[in-house]
Structure formats: C-alpha cells, structure tokens
Ligand binder design. Structure first.
Ligand code: NAP
Length: 253
C-alpha cells in the first residue's frame, strides 16, 4: 500500500470517506517507476462511480444517525421528560378508569399510572386474589378508590352482563382494552393441540373483549362528549407473522 502524498488528491469536492477509500486502495501501476508522487489520472483518480458510492455511504450513515437519534429522543421523552411534564389531564375525562387484564404486565402498569394521575380504577381479570392485591397496592400508593371484577374473557357474550352491571353508575373517563392471550409456543395453524377451543378462546379474549367493553362504555362517553379508549395492540400485527398468525391477526387495531 502506498501512502505517499495522498493529501494531494484531496479536492474540496471529495468527502473524507473518498479520501480514506483512496488511500486504502492506491497501488503501483505495473511497469511504471514510482516518482514518490501520485498523479491524478483516469487510472488512479476518483471515478464518478467511487464518488457515487461515497455519497451513498454518507447518506446511509446520516440516515442511521437520524434513526438512532430519534429512538434515543423517544426514550428520553417517554421515560425521563414525562416525569416532569404535566401531560394529559386524564381526570378531566371522568372519575374512573377501567382496565382489562389489570393484575400483571402492561395492564397493571396502566392501572398504576392512571391512579397516579388521579383516577379511580376498576380492575378486571380472572384471579380474585391478584385483583385484591393490586387494588390494595393502588389504594395505598395513590389514595384512589378501586373496584374489582372477576371475569374470564375467553368466555363469550354471556360474561358481559355481569360486567355491565358492576360498572353501572360509574363515570368512566378511560377504558384500557388490554387483556390478550398469545400462543404457548410458535405453532402451525393445523398443528395446534385442541385447535377449536384455542381459536375460540383467542378470538373471544383478544377481539370480542375489545368490542364488548367498548359497546358497554362508549355510549356514556359519547353522552358526555369526552372519554379515552386505549386499545393495546402488538408489533406482531404490523405484518403477517408465520407460526403466530392467529395472534398477529387478532391484534390489529
Ligand atoms: N408482553 C408483550 O411483549 C406484549 C407485546 C405486545 C403486545 N402485548 C399485548 O399487551 C397486552 C398485555 O400483555 P401482557 O404481556 O402485559 O399480559 P400478561 O402479563 O400476560 O397479563 C395478562 C393480564 O391479563 C389477565 N388475563 C389473562 N388472561 C385473561 C382472561 N382470559 N380473562 C381475564 N383476564 C385475563 C391476567 O390476570 P389473570 O391471570 O388473573 O386473569 C393479567 O392481569 C395483551 O393484549 C398483549 O397481546 C404484549
């Protein structure tokens, strides 16, 4: 590799990347005696193809930098700045928030955050023990009222009568349709053990629950002309997902 006098190749039109590539690939031309100087010629100069690749590389690097900056900014905004900003006044929309699948994971986090923002919380899921425990946590931490409703959303339309009765008379400002079930493991459609029951449970839990809870709560929001409904979807719904196709399809919102 010959490095002598490479700076002579630098012209204002060439980027740093071009120069690095130029230094890295320079070689002697057979039969020519080196004078210690590199001269610009069609053989050893920067071709327009080199320049095009350099510009393409520069554009890609810039694009990646912008992407990384955007992700970092999003994380800082979500996890750091949000602690200092007032944000949406959720209590303006109503006294109560209803969260389905509220005792662990994302649903529990929503229940805590909404209570922190001044709402009373209705928690709905299957285990009464877990419901009571999370309700007690919320009351103790944020001093808000709670109600718990035990329900299994894999059930059909029949489970909603008692839910509707339990919610009767509450001014509900926020509904979080969070409950959802996924596959125990990735699987081909026809290979699913007990396919008929699984299909039924998944459609009821992931789709019917969202529709029925919205049907119960939306009319009072429309009546008051305010309310927020949050439907939890999934990244797996952005495109068809092999070995999880039913889940993927059921999470499109
Ligand atoms: N976790 C992820 O990586 C992820 C990613 C994207 C989207 N999501 C979506 O986010 C939502 C929550 O996910 P997650 O991972 O936080 O869930 P999770 O940790 O599995 O929590 C599920 C919650 O729902 C309740 N639940 C489960 N099945 C139920 C049923 N049949 N009827 C009533 N309650 C039920 C559970 O309590 P009980 O057991 O007491 O019923 C628990 O409170 C789902 O809709 C999921 O599709 C999750």
């Amino acid at each position: 590799m010959y490095l002598g006098h490479a700076p002579e190749l630098i012209s204002p039109r060439l980027s740093c990347t071009s120069v690095v590539q130029c230094i890295g690939t320079r070689s002697f031309i057979p039969g020519k005696q080196s004078t210690g100087k590199v001269e610009m010629s069609p053989q050893n100069g920067i071709s327009s193809l080199d320049l095009a690749f350099c510009l393409l590389g520069g554009a890609m690097a810039l694009w990646m930098l912008l992407n990384i900056s955007w992700v970092l900014w999003f994380k800082v905004r979500t996890h750091v700045l949000s602690e200092f900003r007032k944000g949406v006044d959720f209590s303006h929309y109503g006294t109560w928030a209803v969260v389905t699948g509220a005792t662990t994971g994302i649903g529990k986090s929503y229940a805590h955050e909404l209570a922190k923002k001044g709402l009373d919380i209705v928690l709905i899921s299957r285990s009464m023990e877990k419901l009571k425990q999370v309700a007690a946590e919320i009351e103790e931490l944020y001093g808000r009222n709670t109600r718990v409703i035990q329900a299994d959303f894999t059930g059909g339309s029949e489970i909603y009568k008692s839910i509707e009765e339990a919610l009767h008379g509450l001014e509900i400002g926020v509904l979080v349709n969070n409950v959802g079930m996924s596959y125990p493991k990735p699987s081909e459609f026809l290979q699913f053990p007990n396919l008929k029951k699984f299909m039924n449970d998944l459609v009821n839990c992931n789709i019917l629950s969202t529709l029925k809870m919205t049907e119960i709560i939306l009319p009072q929001m429309v009546g008051r002309k305010k309310g927020i409904i949050i439907n939890i979807c999934s990244g797996s719904a952005w495109r068809p997902m092999p070995f999880a196709s039913m889940y993927s399809a059921s999470k499109v919102r």
